[in-house]
Design a protein around this ligand. Sequence first.
Ligand code: AMP
Ligand code: ZN
Length: 133
Amino acid sequence: MDACLFCKIISGEIPSHKVYEDEKVFAFLDINPVNKGHVLVVPKNHSTDLVECSDEDLCSCMSAAKKIGSKQLEALGAKGFNTLINTRPASGQIIYHTHIHVIPRFEGDGFKHWHGKSYSNDEERVILEKLRF
Ligand code: AMP
Ligand code: ZN
């Protein structure tokens, strides 16, 4: 994909701070990190988002994310990490090349989880009917 920012990062046309690379995967520091050491893991094959990404590429990326998260624990003294994938605009995706965020976490770092909502009346059953396979 000629115009894709992350394809240009993978090819080296745009500079990045590479953390990890293998046959299928490239990983580099996020330019605007949630916490320092926040890494983006991307498949070398272009796909726009998780839905379009092959299972093989996805497995390779998740395996790399596990290695990188473990390294954040060891090398940065992180107390945990989040792996996060935004899919489509409503989720906050802004770059349309599949990527996994690997975010090192520290006590009291201020990165908040979602506020839970409650189901009313029959809503849970209706949603379940739509969702289950
Ligand atoms: P998303 O909202 O999931 O699409 O996340 C895109 C991420 O890409 C954001 O966290 C940005 O900070 C990051 N980003 C954008 N441009 C660059 C770049 N040139 N190098 C590294 N990270 C970038
Ligand atoms: Zn791309």
